[in-house]
Design a protein around this ligand. Structure first.
Ligand code: REY
Length: 410
């Protein structure tokens, strides 16, 4: 379905809602009574708290960090530290960076648009479209973006030793089949049974998109998401190694305590491709997540499918849909988006269900879980606002380690 068709649908649904109840929701498709919009007063973002979380990420070893919030009262951004340790250039919210697995949400959008166009069926076997590629016909298209295929995540072995692992793939160009073969070499779980995060799933999403469209995935991102939303600083870059334009340099923490950081900015990201090779900036990520939640990229049916989630841990506050996470925050706000980890960069990009508020945050380091967890503090501060004095220090939900896509958190 085209963007303009969605706009027309959105406009008519808004009109119907207005006629029916005098409501004028900004997102015609958002359920007005859903818990994420049920607050009668939307808390103002606690930008001091956001800045504190950025500082905390730096305290845990990030050279710099930044966050950009959009809400009913406009845009607020904060930066800390440097985007380049050699030049000393300060962190800059106009700078581009590697968004890692936030790429998965872009890939999922493209996949679901193709489903909507009748070119793919979510519950059909992957092998229907890619004959013989998988050893099990029970693995469906839906199992991929929900991480339920049972396919092993080959990156765990690849990056078991962080810096040697990274240096061995930094300049490599993998075919998708090579990546899939790495996964298939490892034991598989039964399809459809349990959530298990695996980059192999999104390598296959990329293969499906190329098979169905007959064009490289970059073309699909460009024509289906980037241009329609005018994301001027977003691109899928593979296998070029550079981050073009004003950008943040990424610094990887070696496993050995006290070892010097490794500048990991330049790499092919061929090990991730449709699972993690998009480059973007904070404003574009805000626009993307907001547009997604407002129904500008997917039909209501496909957006519903995407936000239909199951828990990913036992706290019942972390969930996964189709290429999309849901975090339930301490104040009851539900936010949808994704996290990203690619060498040298941690990213968060989330929005409320009605798309009225969004936050993107990044720190230019990785392999340092504590820095990622600290960066995740921007979410609570941005979406829950200042905690009442009595509640400060007495949290109603546990502080969870960052749920990015690292072996260290599995
Ligand atoms: C890869 C390891 C993490 C990163 C990953 N990223 O799967 C995808 C994502 C694209 O979900 C690396 N960790 C690090 C190690 C751990 O090497 N030994 O932290 O940079 O975003």
């Amino acid at each position: 379905m085209t963007l303009s068709t969605h706009r027309r649908l959105a406009a008519s649904a808004t009109l119907i809602a207005a006629l029916a109840g005098g409501l004028a929701p900004t997102n015609a498709f958002a359920a007005p009574s859903s818990p994420d919009t049920a607050h009668t007063t939307t808390p103002a973002p606690d930008m001091e708290g956001v800045a504190g979380a950025l500082k905390a990420a730096m305290g845990q070893g990030a050279p710099g960090a930044m966050a950009r919030f959009t809400g009913p009262d406009g845009v607020e951004a904060r930066t800390a530290g440097v985007r380049d340790r050699v030049s000393g250039a300060p962190m800059d919210t106009g700078a581009r960076f590697r968004i890692g697995s936030v790429t998965k949400t872009f890939s999922s959008v493209v996949l679901l648009q193709l489903v909507d166009e009748g070119r793919l069926e979510l519950d059909a076997p992957v092998n229907r479209y890619l004959p013989g590629v998988l050893p099990d016909d029970r693995i469906t298209v839906r199992h991929l973006p929900t991480h339920r295929s049972g396919l092993a995540d080959y990156t765990e072995a690849m990056f078991a030793r962080t810096v040697p692992g990274f240096e061995s793939v930094r300049n490599r160009v993998f075919s998708r089949q090579e990546l899939l073969d790495l996964s298939l070499r490892e034991p598989r779980a039964a399809p459809g049974v349990a959530y298990k995060y695996s980059n192999a799933n999104f390598v296959l999403v990329g293969m499906l998109v190329e098979r169905v469209t007959g064009k490289p995935v970059a073309h699909a991102y460009e024509h289906r998401v980037i241009r329609p939303l005018r994301l001027r600083n977003t691109s899928y870059v593979h296998p070029d190694t550079r981050v073009e334009g004003l950008h943040v340099r990424g610094y990887l923490h070696p496993d050995e305590a006290g070892a010097a950081l490794v500048d990991s900015t330049e790499q092919t990201v061929s090990w991730a491709q449709a699972a993690g090779a998009v480059i973007s900036d904070p404003a574009d990520l805000n626009t993307f997540m907001t547009a997604l939640m407002r129904g500008r990229l997917l039909s209501p049916r496909m957006l519903d499918a995407m936000i239909t989630v199951t828990p990913t841990d036992t706290t019942n506050t972390r969930f996964y849909g189709l290429g999309l996470r849901r975090y339930d925050l301490s104040c009851g706000a539900r936010v949808y988006g994704h996290t990203g980890t690619v060498q040298g960069y941690y990213t968060y990009a989330f929005a409320t269900r009605d798309g009225r508020r969004s936050l993107s945050a990044m720190a230019n380091t990785s392999n340092r879980g504590a820095a990622n967890t600290a960066l995740g503090g921007t979410l609570e501060a941005a979406f829950c606002g200042k905690k009442p004095a009595a509640a400060r220090g007495a949290r109603s939900v546990p502080v969870l380690p960052a749920e990015t896509d690292l072996p260290e958190r599995r």
